[in-house]
Design a protein around this ligand. Structure first.
Ligand code: AHE
Ligand code: ZN
Length: 361
């Protein structure tokens, strides 16, 4: 692991969790995974050293590396990229400042900082994070400083899945009290959507998955109904429309399947139903529906990191976790020790009953 260059931060990873996107990338289904690369984007760690020009973190600071970078106040007066205007105006959380580099698996200051154990082969970065490593180097824009007394065992859960689910409900869809909701896919993201919908007062929350073993958790998290598509002959959207007398106010897709994205859109109520794509589809996949579905007032939305600006939101979410306003413990189903145990976490996630496995590095 090379030292940090200009505006880079080297971090000792203390705890990491595994997200399905890492597995998808490792399986070659993410166009921005450039082999050979170091995966991992949910973690918490400690700043080990900083490169020239870094001002917002110092050695010893606790950080959550953020796969979605966030530029600085000073940047907002300049146009670094085509996204700046929308970013300044609060129209998006998608900062473009280093996005081209993180998508290419390299650092802005040039090249990569990882080298394989043979000392020869260079390894690419992934999502600007690459936390499945005892040390990583990230851009300063990706270093989310959190309070010194933050529980690093829990903080990795705030790096991707949970804020994505909460934000999809609160920022993207803006679900109101009394709404009806359908949630497709009952992994960590789907459950966090259910939890947020319950919190904002949705009165009907339909949890959909073709693995009925997932229903117990969904009900415990706040679902009011469960549906297994395998138990129905026709399209699942028709089943939901029938159950809700015309469709749901809001639907969320948290599987990454484009067929389910379509079903989620089509079970949203004519005239006003909103459907949010949250799951990440395989690279190259495309969605389709009849344009009539949109002409007649359904709205198809998507969310990245739940619409939150990461370096602002993660410390705020850490505070809420520490005050007990957000619970993360019930998502931690497995714990492992040592960086080598990352492979056990992969196995655990594959076996089905795992939500998040926290690996202590
Ligand atoms: N690289 C892929 C797209 C991957 C993607 O959509 N990633 C999500 C986060 S996955 C979290 O587990 C995301 O937020 N994307 C926004 C961004 O800027 O990356 C591809 O298709 O090329
Ligand atoms: Zn993720």
């Amino acid at each position: 692991m090379a030292p940090p260059k200009e505006n880079e931060v080297r971090i000792r990873i203390d705890y990491a969790t595994l997200c399905g996107t890492d597995l998808q990338a490792a399986a070659g289904k993410d166009n921005e995974a450039h082999f050979p690369f170091v995966p991992g984007h949910e973690s918490a760690g400690t700043v080990e050293s900083i490169g020239p020009g870094v001002t917002t973190v110092k050695p010893g600071d606790k950080v959550v590396p953020c796969y979605q970078a966030q530029c600085f106040a000073d940047d907002l007066s300049k146009d670094h990229c085509p996204r700046c205007r929308g970013y300044r105006q609060g129209k998006t959380n998608l900062c473009g400042k280093v996005r081209g580099f993180t998508g290419a698996g390299v650092m802005r200051a040039g090249g990569v900082r990882f080298q394989g154990a043979d000392g020869q082969q260079e390894l690419n970065h992934f999502m600007g994070i690459s936390c499945f490593s005892q040390y990583t180097v990230i851009h300063e824009e990706s270093a989310g400083k959190i309070r010194d007394d933050a529980p690093l065992t829990k903080a990795p859960l705030l790096a991707c899945a949970l804020p994505t689910g909460y934000g999809a409900v609160m920022n993207t869809a803006k679900v109101e009290a009394g709404s009806s909701v359908a949630v497709f896919g009952l992994g960590t993201v789907g459950l966090s959507i259910i939890e947020a919908c319950k919190r904002v007062g949705a009165t009907r929350i339909i949890a959909i998955d073709n693995n009925p073993e997932k229903f117990k958790r969904a009900l415990a998290w706040g679902a009011t109904d469960t549906v297994n598509p395998k138990e129905h002959d026709g399209p699942i959207q028709d089943v939901i429309i029938k159950m809700t007398n015309g469709g749901v106010d809001y639907s969320f897709e948290a599987t990454g399947s484009v067929d389910i994205m379509r079903a989620a859109l089509e079970c949203a109520h004519i005239g006003w139903g909103k459907s949010v794509v949250v799951g990440v589809a395989a690279g190259g996949a495309e969605i389709s529906t009849r344009p009539f579905q949109l002409i007649t007032g359904r709205r198809w939305l998507g969310t990245a990191f739940g619409g939150w600006k990461t370096r602002d939101a993660i410390p705020m979410l850490v505070d809420k976790t520490m005050k007990g306003e957000i619970a993360v413990d019930h998502y931690i189903t497995h714990r492992f020790d040592g960086v080598a145990a990352q492979t056990d976490a992969i196995e655990a996630l594959h076996c089905g009953d795992c939500l998040r496995a926290v690996v202590r590095y």
